[in-house]
Design a protein around this ligand. Structure first.
Ligand code: GRF
Length: 227
């Protein structure tokens, strides 16, 4: 009997280019998984249109009496698709503690900065204002504290003279997609785990986040060994 494909639930609030990268990789046979639902706090999000209606769930948070009430309904909807992995890809709402606890150890987020630098919003403008020479993106496990979970992997881009937040965001987005896919490949192949505040790959703790190289491969920057 063929193994069932790992089930991926995606949370997205906006355009959904990271979701599209996942869908394209699955279609191309380079990511062994299945997107089993796309969930949004923005019923008008373009991300939702990237999958068939049967896979869409959305609700406007303002229609709920509390943050907890919205989160509980979202969590039930996500649980109903029985995900192996929950992927936050441009999901702009903070996930409550109950949601995080329910899917702990299998929820990943892609964030456009070299964490721990610049948690939260406006990361590109903040990197430029700080005069950073490098910026990038991180994929990390989700914990209750915003953008503070253990970092699995990062991709680095230069900050060029004359960069605007928009030009820098575009450069970062170009590495976000291969970064996300490389991490998702580790995840769906059962090689990735969260142990407390530490990432484990193949059962070994990771002391520094993996780095994406120009060929789209991940390696340990300390040893140079490919993941
Ligand atoms: C990306 O930059 C992601 O890192 C951030 O939000 C943006 C989402 O882009 N969390 P998209 O919706 O995947 O195109």
């Amino acid at each position: 009997m063929p193994q069932p494909l790992p089930r991926i639930a995606v949370l997205a609030s906006g355009r959904g280019s990271n979701l599209q990268a996942v869908l394209d990789a699955i279609a191309a046979g380079t990511l062994a998984g299945e997107v089993v639902g796309v969930f949004s706090d923005k019923p008008g999000a373009a991300a939702l249109q990237r999958v068939t209606p049967a896979l869409r769930w959305s609700a406007a948070a303002r229609g709920y009496p509390s943050r907890e009430a919205f989160d509980a309904e979202l969590a039930d909807a996500v649980a109903a698709v029985r995900p192996d992995w929950v992927l936050c890809a441009g999901y702009l709402r903070i996930l409550g503690d109950a949601f995080v606890a329910r899917f702990r150890g299998r929820t990943l987020n892609i964030h456009p900065s070299l964490l721990p630098k610049y948690r939260g919003l406006h990361t590109h403008a903040r990197a430029i204002e700080s005069g950073d020479a490098e910026h990038g993106a991180s994929v990390h496990f989700v914990i209750p504290e915003l953008d503070a979970g253990a970092v699995v992997a990062q991709a680095v881009v230069p900050v060029n003279a004359g960069d605007t937040p928009e030009s820098l965001a575009e450069r970062v987005l170009g590495v976000e997609h291969p970064l996300l896919l490389a991490v998702m490949r580790l995840a769906v192949s059962g090689r990735l785990a969260e142990h407390g505040a530490t990432v484990q790959v193949d059962g070994h703790p990771l002391f520094t986040p993996l780095r994406l190289d120009f060929a789209g491969r991940l390696s340990d920057p300390a040893s140079g060994v490919a993941a």
